[in-house]
Design a protein around this ligand. Structure first.
Ligand code: 2E4
Ligand code: SF4
Length: 339
């Protein structure tokens, strides 16, 4: 990836060190986002615009703007969708109440909820059926948490901030389980679990990790490079939980500075002053074209050398939603994804 630099650009004049970029791998699109974005693109191609999508299909400005230009109408709630029209549910998942409301209004639905979010919904159902109190660790107001908690609102209590731990009330301290949002900081979640265990020593853990492979892999990669970075640029949107966590993890792991940007043009020149090593990564909802634009932006300022820091190779893929697949047999053309 190293390009041919101007000799004068290459050297940080003060320190006499070579300017370089460390590029995290894995970064960017996960399997759930790829599936959700392709679902909307194939729906557009198969049924034609307008296609309605409840909430942002994924939390990324560029993806949402690009799909809007192609004829997707993003709405906050299903009551904004005309009776009988087609609506796609976002990757973050919806509660049973949202499904019921869509059915009541005769909407055609395609559910693009990530299968790893659905897995957590199923865990909530199972533990609620077994009459557990469920402590859901997650960020208040986040769409995923609203959908997951909505599976059993009477049994789920949200634990977000450290002080929430003291507010939890359970019926039987021997029948309590913690579950979590898929996109949390791994370390911060374990701190919250330790706090909860101080109150409930018999607290049960999820049957398998709720923080998904993509979230933890991206945090692992940024952790590996952060100690060497004077600055880490995380590409992602402000409402993207997993992208924001990457900024926090970078700082906690030793990066001198870290910022979240939607686009290369948002990189403040002042951030680059006295910087030799820049780390670059991106959230799970971020098309790689935006990362390439950041690399171009940095190269124009003397950071030509790009070394990839690889901590995992991901091979996960998910089949498209069944509701869509059955209509695709008639439309075998492969559309271009937003990349
Ligand atoms: C669904 C579940 O949850 P977050 O805010 O990180 O969502 P984003 O859309 O940025 O990332 C994709 C995604 C979708 C993650 N988990
Ligand atoms: Fe699914 Fe994880 Fe991607 Fe979220 S970050 S969409 S849970 S694979």
């Amino acid at each position: 990836m190293t390009t041919s630099p101007e000799a004068t650009d290459l050297v940080d004049q003060d320190a006499g060190r070579t300017k370089r970029v460390l590029l995290a791998k894995p970064r960017g699109y996960c399997a759930g986002v790829d599936r959700a974005v392709i679902t909307v693109e194939k729906a557009l191609e198969t049924y034609g615009p307008p296609i309605y999508v409840r909430k942002e299909i994924v939390h990324n400005r560029h993806v949402v703007d690009t799909l809007s230009e192609r004829g997707v109408i993003f709405v906050d709630e299903t009551d904004e969708v005309p009776e009988g029209a087609l609506v796609v549910f976002s990757a973050h998942g919806v509660s049973p109440a949202v499904h019921a409301e869509a059915e009541r209004r005769n909407l055609r639905t395609i559910d693009a909820t990530c299968p790893l979010v659905t897995k957590v919904h199923k865990e909530v159902n199972r533990f609620a059926r077994d009459d557990y109190d469920i402590l859901l660790i997650g960020h208040e107001g986040h769409e995923e948490v609203e959908g997951t908690a909505g599976e059993a609102p009477d049994r789920v209590q949200l634990v977000d901030k450290p002080e929430d731990v003291d507010k939890v009330q359970v019926r039987d301290p021997n029948k309590v389980v913690w579950l979590s949002q898929t996109t949390l900081s791994v370390d911060e979640t374990m701190e919250r679990v330790d706090q909860l265990k101080d109150r409930f020593p018999d607290l049960q853990a999820p049957p398998s990790d709720d923080i998904c492979y993509a979230t933890s892999n991206r945090q692992q990669a940024v952790k590996a490079m952060a100690p060497e970075c004077d600055l880490v640029v995380v590409v992602g949107s402000q409402n993207s939980s997993n992208s924001k966590r990457l900024v926090e993890v970078a700082l906690q792991a030793g990066a001198s500075d870290a910022h979240l940007v939607d686009y290369a043009t948002q990189i403040d020149e002042a951030w680059l002053a006295d910087v030799t090593t820049v780390g670059v990564t991106s959230g799970a909802s971020v098309p790689d074209v935006l990362v390439l634009q950041v690399l171009d932006h940095l190269a124009e300022r003397g950071w030509h050398q790009v070394d990839e820091v690889t901590t995992a190779n991901e091979k996960v893929t998910f089949a498209l939603p069944r509701e869509l697949r059955k209509d695709l047999d008639d439309h075998p053309d492969k559309p271009k994804s937003v990349r």
